[in-house]
Design a protein around this ligand. Structure first.
Ligand code: HEC
Length: 218
């Protein structure tokens, strides 16, 4: 190789090296992307926050809570709505039954007497859901207790959706009725079954709540 061809090779190598340097430089730029990490300061804005505040009135899609009574259970501060503010069907009550047994029965017992397993193991005993004061409470009161908690009782707002909370209220009303029903509440054609000592429904003996679900041997 003479000196000329060597120089030529050198001339060719220089742009190649430059290109390699450029490409690797680009890669590094990608790694150091101009972005802010969460809660990082940004002196550009007067409030120094990099994350901008939501524009006032912004609502996440599908989460506009434009019905105060439905979402708070109150018609005015400390004034629970008397009736459940949605249509209650058989499915509603069954859903409430299901949620009640998951989230409330461990303390309140399956019948609402206040003798759930956690209470039997030493947790503060809640009042019976059948006491006169709670029977007379508006539907919104129960919704509010679930939403915000009460005394020693934690709230269940994160676990139970607003609609399901109302379903639980519907089931509490059914429980309350079950413990205070009169003969007049039994449809005429079914009364014969009572007289004949017909099959009773699920037992509501106080103290039994926690044992329910376990196999029974007569
Ligand atoms: C971890 C146990 C526990 C669970 C679970 C629980 N509660 Fe309670 N609840 C309590 C206790 C304890 C009290 C009494 C609190 C107090 O007086 O400090 C109470 C009180 C109440 C009261 C009565 C408030 C009053 O005015 O006296 C209602 C109504 C109620 N709970 C509803 C529910 C419902 C509905 C659920 C299910 C979504 C539920 N609770 C789940 C423990 C529980």
């Amino acid at each position: 190789m003479n000196s000329l061809s060597l120089r030529r090779a050198g001339v060719r190598a220089v742009p190649l090296l430059a290109a390699v340097a450029l490409v690797s430089g680009c890669r590094q730029d990608m790694h150091d992307a101009p972005r802010f990490t969460a809660l990082q300061q940004n002196p550009f804005y007067a409030d120094q926050r990099s994350a901008r505040q939501l524009i006032e009135g912004t609502v996440a899609r599908g989460q506009l809570r434009d019905n105060d009574i439905f979402y708070t259970g109150m018609t005015a501060p400390n004034t629970p709505v008397a009736l459940i503010p949605m249509t209650v069907t058989r499915e509603t009550v069954e859903r409430g039954h299901d949620r009640f047994n998951v989230y409330c029965a461990p303390c309140h017992g399956r019948t609402g007497e206040g003798n759930g397993m956690i209470v039997q193991r030493g947790y503060k005993q809640p009042p019976s859901l059948h006491d006169g004061r709670l029977r007379a409470s508006g539907a919104g009161y129960f919704y509010d207790v679930m939403t915000r908690g009460f005394g020693n009782m934690p709230d269940y707002a994160a676990q139970i959706t607003p609609k399901d909370r109302w379903a639980v209220v519907a089931y509490i009303r059914a429980l309350q009725l079950s413990q205070n029903a009169t003969l007049a509440d039994v449809p005429e054609q079914d009364r014969g079954a009572l007289d004949a000592g017909g099959k009773p429904g699920p037992s509501h003996t106080p103290g039994e709540g926690a044992a329910e679900g376990a196999p029974k041997h007569d």
